[in-house]
Design a binder for this molecule. Structure first.
Ligand code: G6P
Length: 375
């Protein structure tokens, strides 16, 4: 594998732009289109001997840190929907601080790009002691987390060098969507939904290729935001994770304060921050939460919020309220549960361009490490 920047100036830039390829590699050999008698299905070799146990578990608990946690959060709704099993979320350090309950009947899924993060590893040791079935989702074959878990899936995104995780995030979401399909099994009741997701996965690299064309648009937006102190991002449902991850990118590389906010919590505090100057990204792509997000846009506009709205292609008029938004970012629409994979890309590009324009180190942000191996 070539670990150089190729024609790019930075690893982060290269890794953002190679996502159509990294996603293809992640899915290679794992999606079956189905022959004459077989339905479309997913094959995750590393899990096949454990699927029955996972399906019988009382709870699935996702455990990770940083971007890996956000990827799990993005996948949570589809896993709940297809498996019918309650899914809870744990930031590894917080689980350890609380010594939170983990049971033998739990499946604990450890998500880590490096497979070496100290907190995630310690949480794994804790879950093993408590008798849970432990599944690893990592990008590093032979890593400690890959070795110590009972079973798992490699995301195969290729080496990620930039400290800020980009291509690993999208590959993690895709692996966890495939995990949801595998656990969900072949129930007739959700066959159409499953097949729609599998069709969408096949086409996802193309959609990501399309959304990467927003590069210049995101650079222009970055120029507008270059001197801002802060940037809020509102999301909900499938895209709550997108708001958290988009703001994490801006924070970690562009060194700008940014906060991802659950739009449903807007009235419980964040609304007090809204004025004419604070820029706010609202993620309002088309899904079951769309009308609620339209109402959020109206309410932010009524308080003179400076809005940048991300919407599905063709929805610009429905979200911009006759010029209420200072910017509209239109993205291709995909199956709702995979929309976070598309939606994060413009925000990765925005964070990248903001960083370059502000003159900061893109690949090695101050004070941060690619892999945090101490507590
Ligand atoms: C560090 C990195 C992040 C990463 C997090 C978790 O903070 O800078 O990019 O998301 O660790 O790392 P992991 O390797 O466990 O995914």
């Amino acid at each position: 594998e070539q670990i150089n920047k190729g024609n790019y100036e930075h690893y982060m830039q290269k890794e953002i732009h190679e996502q159509p390829e990294s996603l293809t590699t992640t899915m290679r050999g794992r999606l079956i289109r189905g022959g004459t008698c077989k339905a479309k299905t997913v094959l995750l070799g590393g899990l096949k001997d454990h699927l029955k146990t996972i399906r019988r578990s009382r709870r699935i608990v996702f455990i990770g840190c940083g971007t890996s946690y956000n990827a799990a959060l993005a996948a949570r709704p589809i896993l709940e929907e297809l498996s019918g099993i309650p899914v809870t979320m744990e930031i590894a350090s917080d689980l350890l601080d609380r010594q939170g309950p983990i049971y033998r009947e739990d499946t604990a899924v450890f998500v880590s790009q490096s497979g070496e993060t100290a907190d995630t590893l310690h949480a794994l040791e804790y879950a093993l002691q408590n008798g849970a079935l432990c599944v690893g989702i990592t990008n590093t074959v032979g890593s400690v987390i890959a070795r110590k878990t009972h079973c798992g899936v490699h995301i195969n995104a290729g080496a990620e060098i930039g400290v800020a995780s980009t291509k690993a995030y999208t590959s993690q979401i895709v692996v966890m969507a495939m995990l949801a399909l595998a656990i969900g099994g072949d129930a007739i009741s959700n066959q159409a939904r499953r097949e729609a997701i599998i069709d969408c996965l096949f086409d996802l690299p193309n959609k990501v290729r399309e959304v990467l064309k927003l590069d210049q648009e995101m650079k222009d937006l970055a120029k507008l935001l270059i001197a801002e102190q802060s940037l809020l991002m509102f999301g909900r449902g499938y895209n709550y994770a997108t708001a958290l991850e988009g703001s994490l990118k801006v924070k970690e590389v562009a060194l700008m304060h940014s906060e991802g906010i659950l739009a449903g919590e807007m009235k419980h505090g964040p609304l007090a921050l809204v004025d004419e100057s604070l820029p706010i990204v609202v993620i309002a792509t088309h899904d079951a939460c769309f009308s609620k997000q339209q109402s959020v846009i109206q309410q932010l506009h009524a308080r003179k919020g400076r809005l940048i709205v991300m919407c599905s292609r063709g929805d610009a008029a429905a979200v911009s309220l006759g010029g209420a938004c200072s910017r509209v970012i239109e993205v291709p629409q995909v199956e709702d549960c995979l929309q976070p994979v598309v939606n994060i890309v413009p925000l990765q590009l925005l964070a990248y361009h903001l960083t370059v324009l502000r003159g900061y180190n893109v690949d090695q942000p101050r004070n941060l490490a690619k892999s945090v191996t101490t507590e």
